[in-house]
Ligand binder design. Structure first.
Ligand SMILES: CC(=O)N[C@H]1[C@@H](OP(=O)(O)OP(=O)(O)OC[C@H]2O[C@@H](n3ccc(=O)[nH]c3=O)[C@H](O)[C@@H]2O)O[C@H](CO)[C@H](O)[C@@H]1O
Ligand SMILES: [Mn+2]
Length: 360
């Protein structure tokens, strides 16, 4: 009797373990299938996904982005901050009280120390489609020297020429993934489709691998420190050609027929399309909205003046960035230096448009 009941107990226990394992397997394969679809497999792309579900249950549960306390270690010594002495030649805060990051407004060691203790990972997306693969080596090599040094960084290189991606020595804690994307015979389309492709990459991969993300142009080089001072919930950069201009001179989309339309008497700053970032979750929403508006415009046969840059500007007018980067973070090698810009951290290289783009 005693023996029988011990065996029965063992059997029931095994049965329960078996059922739990089976349920676990079914659950795992279901989510895996949803998260790891094959890139650009059309059969996969057309699965209708309920928008509400995408907004809440699926995405919210997988994002790693979160606000953390700003903790500084005891006995870290640094220069005393002042409320009276600082930069007076530039404005370092927006009317909605977001900081504008300029050299001299932050303590680089202090800010890096604070964010390093959070053990965060920063995703960096960069597109190198067609001949633009030639910019990758300089971009990656200079990023290794100046961009988020000593942080965990994951580069995501989107290209139609995976074999031409150069092999660059990466420091410890840094990682590079190559993701194949289609080419195009219109540069406008390559540039604009970045919104859709980044959105998809966040859903499939980046949301689980990073806390923050920066989306950058590849025809660029890093020249000086770019560190944790750039991190925030939603981050944009002031375009180097427009920071002295009045809003009526901004090259926003001015036709009301476009979803990127901004009236003449609105607008804060002109943001560059070559850089945006923030929490992965916030950038996900940005790319999703811009992608939908680009597609709506395409259905109405209208293309905004500066493609995704126009849609980005419209989005950021009504969804204010929580941090702005000064033009130090997006200079242009064609532009002569100005006295406010004391350090050039990242800049667009001079390129021959006719030679490098698939169309003019
Ligand atoms: C400084 C700045 O704000 N630049 C913007 C501007 O000119 P840009 O002259 O900076 O545009 P661009 O030719 O650099 O194109 C933008 C990016 O798209 C990718 N690409 C483009 C073409 C191609 O054949 N292959 C390829 O990979 C590449 O990552 C490149 O850096 O206008 C573009 C189109 O509206 C974007 O808004 C850019 O961000
Ligand atoms: Mn560019």
């Amino acid at each position: 009797m005693y023996h029988f009941s011990a065996n029965a107990k063992q059997f029931v226990l095994l049965l329960i373990v078996g059922i739990v394992l089976l349920l676990g397997y079914v659950h795992y394969s279901f989510f895996n299938e949803r998260l790891n679809g094959v890139w650009f497999d059309s059969s996969n792309k057309d699965i209708p996904v309920d928008e509400d579900q995408r907004n809440t249950s699926l995405s919210k549960s997988i994002f790693r982005s979160r606000e953390q306390n700003i903790i500084s270690p005891e006995r870290l010594l640094y220069k005393q901050p002042s409320v009276l002495v600082g930069r007076t030649d530039v404005v370092a805060v927006t009317p909605w009280l977001a900081p504008i990051v300029w050299e001299g407004t932050f303590d680089p060691d202090l800010v890096d120390t604070i964010y390093k203790s959070m053990n965060i990972t920063i995703a960096t997306t960069v597109f190198a489609v067609g001949k633009y693969v030639r910019f990758l080596r300089d971009f990656l090599e200079t990023a290794e020297k100046h961009f988020m040094v000593d942080f965990n960084v994951r580069y995501y290189v989107f290209t139609d020429r995976p074999d031409d991606v150069p092999s660059v020595n990466l420091s410890q804690g840094r990682h590079l993934s190559v993701i194949q994307v289609p080419g195009s015979n219109r540069w406008q389309e390559i540039s604009a489709r970045r919104m859709e492709i980044i959105q998809t990459a966040i859903e499939r991969q980046i949301s689980r691998e990073a806390d923050y993300i920066f989306c950058l142009d590849v025809d660029s080089k890093f020249h000086a420190r770019w560190g944790a001072e750039s991190l925030g919930r939603l981050v944009a950069v002031i375009h180097p050609w427009f920071y002295q201009a009045t809003r009526d001179h901004f090259t926003y989309e001015r036709r009301p027929a476009s979803t990127a339309y901004i009236p003449m008497d609105e607008g804060d700053y002109y943001y560059a399309g070559a850089l945006f970032g923030g929490f992965v979750e916030d950038v996900y929403t940005l790319t999703k909205v811009c992608r939908n508006q680009l597609e709506e415009d395409a259905r109405n046969s209208i293309e905004a003046a500066w493609q995704e840059e126009s849609h980005l500007n419209r989005y950021l007018l009504y969804n204010k960035p929580s941090k702005l980067l000064s033009p130090e973070y997006q200079w242009d090698d064609k532009k002569t230096n100005t006295k406010e810009v004391k350090v050039i951290r990242f800049s667009s290289v001079v390129k021959n448009y006719a030679e490098i783009r698939p169309n003019v």
